[in-house]
Design a protein around this ligand. Structure first.
Ligand SMILES: *Cc1c(COP(=O)(O)O)cnc(C)c1O
Length: 423
């Protein structure tokens, strides 16, 4: 029996003692508050849907934790669907239509009605499809693709090639200036919804409206937002969007990405990678290409069935989860972490670079520190896993489905001990 249980059991009639005078080591009662916040957390039980241990895992924005249902599902997919049914599974196990079916399961997290999201290929490949298709759909003589200047690099690399292939040039613009930069030469704009380094959340409704007003199309990269906050693709009239599924959607390493094409644009979506999977009649094996209708038009080749079905199983963790509640917890967690850092880390030892305003914050906290690389290695050695982004950022991702307030406190406390005396 623990000391605590014992005390409780032997003193049932003692009147409640006045609250302890503040613990000198914890004047703000961070430990008590973490405990109460976790006790009141309506998403707390969702953590049990994951395989986790004592590590404080704050890297779910890079590789989401393993949902408990994935391993048994994959065993069945391999042993029965592949091992026994073999080729029959394309039909009988629903393999052929899984890209659209799994896309429809992701759609609610993006604020998208069914029939507009398809899963397959990597985010990089989907950026290519989306940017080329956007330029091809743009009306009038337009020769410029605006690219978020702080973009995750792959988006910029791919957009540059896509622009070159379509007779355009890319113009890097900070996302905050994208709305003002869009003009009559703008065919398309490619923007990251959340900056992967700073955690800044960009203005999706405002930028979308401004690019539209200028006559261009907008492609949003949702890698660091979908699954952490409401996106509202349909509500805000977004044209195209892409995102990966191994971050906040916990699909596993290399899980296939998704592509959203607004329904009204689907008939005009002219894929630069018109593989046989997006043919209207793939099994007719026609010599000429005729595009499928609907989201299937975004497919290319044979779907990655094993990783796609791992993702399908991973999406079960969202059952009964409201994305608004996820957002509320994400903001509460990141607020609490910032407060713990301010209280427990020597003054001036780190500089928070993530915006304090909720409207501008994604679901991570980035702290600047010249030797961030060394500090993150020390944190990982002590069981607190975030990551390092060159040249000087410590990145802590908060995944509301399984991160506890106690984890935020322990991360800040460990950071404080690592930086104690190091200035
Ligand atoms: C993680 C991430 C990617 C990853 O692209 P892959 O093709 O899956 O490697 C792309 N863009 C952004 C903004 C990301 O955060």
């Amino acid at each position: 029996m623990s000391e605590r249980t014992g005390t409780k059991a032997t003193t049932p009639t003692t009147p409640a003692a006045p609250a302890d005078p503040a613990d000198p080591a914890d004047p703000a009662d961070l430990a008590g508050r973490a405990e109460r916040l976790d006790a009141a957390d309506e998403l707390a039980a969702v953590r049990d849907r994951f395989v986790l241990d004592d590590v404080v895992y704050l890297d779910g924005n890079s590789l989401g934790a393993l949902p408990a249902g994935v391993a048994p599902r994959l065993r069945d997919v391999v042993a029965r669907e592949w091992g026994e049914l073999r080729i029959r599974s394309w039909e009988e196990s629903g393999w052929w239509t899984a890209p659209e079916r799994v896309g429809d399961r992701i759609a609610p997290l993006l604020g998208a009605a069914p029939g507009q999201v398809v899963v397959g290929d990597s985010t990089s490949v989907n950026v290519f499809k989306a940017v080329v298709a956007a330029v091809r759909m743009a009306v009038g003589p337009r020769d410029e693709v605006l690219v978020d200047a702080a973009s995750f690099p792959t988006d910029g690399y791919v957009a540059e090639s896509a622009a070159r292939m379509t007779g355009c040039r890319i113009r890097p613009v900070p996302a905050a200036e994208m709305a003002a930069a869009a003009g009559k030469r703008t065919a398309a704009a490619l923007v990251n919804h959340v900056d992967y380094r700073t955690g800044r959340l960009h203005d999706l409704p405002g930028i979308t409206a401004a690019v539209h007003a200028a006559g261009g199309l907008v492609v949003w990269d949702l890698c660091h937002s979908a699954g952490a906050l409401p996106v509202g693709l349909d509500e805000h009239g977004v044209d195209l969007a892409v995102g990966c599924t191994y971050k906040y959607l916990n699909g596993g390493p290399g899980a296939p990405a998704y592509l959203y094409v607004r329904r009204a644009l689907q008939p005009h979506f002219d894929s630069p990678l018109p593989g046989w999977n997006s043919h209207r009649h793939p099994f007719a094996m026609e010599a000429g290409y005729r595009a499928a209708e609907g989201s299937a038009r975004g497919r290319v080749g044979t779907p990655e069935i094993l990783s796609l079905l791992a993702l399908d199983s991973a999406l079960d963790v969202w059952g009964g989860v409201d994305i608004e509640a996820v957002r509320a917890k994400s903001l509460a967690l990141t607020d609490f972490f910032l407060e713990c850092v301010a209280a427990l880390v020597p003054a001036g030892a780190v500089e928070p670079v993530t915006p304090l305003a909720h409207a501008d914050r994604g679901s991570q906290i980035a702290l600047r520190r010249a030797d961030a690389d060394r500090v993150m290695r020390a944190l990982i050695d002590r069981g607190v896993v975030g990551d390092y982004r060159p040249p000087d950022l410590l990145r802590f991702g908060f995944t509301p489905l399984y991160t506890r307030f106690a984890d935020a406190l322990r991360a800040a406390r460990t950071l404080g001990s690592v930086l104690e005396g190091s200035g």
